[in-house]
Design a binder for this molecule. Sequence first.
Ligand SMILES: [Zn+2]
Length: 113
Amino acid sequence: MHEISIMESTLELASTQARNAGAARVCVITLRIGTLSGVVPEALKFAFQALAPGTLAETGELRIESVPARFWCAACQAEFQSENLLAACPKCQTASRELRGGRELELASLEVE
Ligand SMILES: [Zn+2]
């Protein structure tokens, strides 16, 4: 399962950063996940529950920020949002192939203490 390995490296990164900061535990891990990243937030939460025990994030919380997909319309010179990979501009109906966001998969922030 893809989400398990994502969570493994996230927890590793969080623990390293907490140790470097001299913290005893990780309170909140916030991940930014694009709606087109292919990652299932529920599966990530499940992976967190399965993997967090025994790490510095054992008593911590996982938060997931969902990032909508953004496309660029060259005709309107504007961005628009869509959940569909084959998106058309809502103003002029031109199909856009230029994805500007929505594939994010990153650690947005970390709270340690
Ligand atoms: Zn347009």
